[in-house]
Write a protein that binds this ligand. Structure first.
Ligand code: PGA
Length: 277
């Protein structure tokens, strides 16, 4: 595949990554395999309707399932809500039955794509190398990769969590230039906290986010300053305050609570309030 140069890319989110700019705050909803057409369009419409009262310092992203992406883009157009996919294939096109390529996503106006979610790693055997190839393909099309990493329960219990996240980051993102890395969004999602109701404490989140930031720092201060690191894993309005107030937590990747317009808007509101200081 022929990749376009970084410079050719269209700025993806409202605020382009620029050195010295204050860190962006993002709240993204991962709808997973939930909702039918009526449910998905109803949720997009409710969010769009409420979007005018959302804080303007937060970038708001929703990731509906593939069949509803095009319709979601159309309904969200003109609002502050950006539409992401939950996965993609790493190739441009071809005989890959059932798969969806970044160029297809681009053609319908999708602006971001979650990659390497722990459910993809666990149930679909995705490796760091494959995830890295997907990140490369997305970058080539000017789609923001939201790269997920995070340890399993037993890995945390044995004290290996920093090592696991280091290896996931190096394995998937080690190949990219600083300019490319600066276009990535990272989501730290401890697997034991996803959909379980358990959440990392704000201290656990902050220390892992600081670790991720230090890994980014090895590529230079400008990379560390450009890449937002979101927290994900049972993040809800009643625990978001502690998590979002941490200095290295730049917002959240939200599963369950993103399926409800009021809860999701509340999370955006909390992020906006805490990050406006
Ligand atoms: P959860 O999911 O908020 O339901 O734990 C988060 C995610 O998997 O992105």
């Amino acid at each position: 595949m022929k990749y376009r140069r970084v410079d050719d890319r269209v700025p993806i989110f409202a605020t382009p990554h620029t050195t010295g700019a204050s860190m962006r705050t993002i709240v993204a909803g991962n709808w997973k395999m939930n909702k039918d057409l009526a449910g998905a369009t109803g949720l997009v419409d409710a969010l769009v309707e409420g979007a005018v009262s959302l804080p303007t310092n937060v970038e708001v992203v929703i990731a509906p399932a593939f069949p509803f992406l095009a319709e979601s883009v159309i309904r969200a157009r003109g609002s502050r809500i950006m539409v992401a996919a939950q996965n993609c294939h790493e190739k441009e096109s071809g005989a890959y039955t059932g798969e969806v390529s970044p160029s297809m996503l681009k053609s319908i106006g999708v602006q971001a794509c979650i990659v390497g979610h722990s459910e993809r790693r666990q149930f679909f055997g995705e490796s760091d190398a494959l995830i890295g190839a997907k990140v490369a393909a997305l970058l080539a099309h000017g789609i923001t990769p939201i790269f997920c990493c995070g340890e399993r329960k037993e890995e945390r219990e044995s004290g290996g969590h920093f090592q696991v996240v280091t290896e996931q980051m190096k394995g998937a993102l080690g190949r990219f230039s600083n300019a490319e890395l600066s276009c990535v969004v990272i989501a730290y999602e401890p697997v034991w906290a996803i959909g379980t109701g358990l959440t990392a404490t704000k201290e656990q989140a902050q220390e892992m986010h600081a670790h991720i930031r230090s890994l980014l720092h090895t590529h230079g201060a400008e990379v560390a300053a450009a890449v937002p690191v979101l927290y994900g894993g049972s993040c809800k309005p009643d625990n978001a305050e502690g998590l979002f107030s941490q200095p290295d937590v730049n917002g959240g990747l939200i599963g369950g609570a993103a399926l409800d317009a009021a809860q999701f808007a509340e999370l955006v509101g909390i992020a906006g309030r805490l990050k406006s200081a």
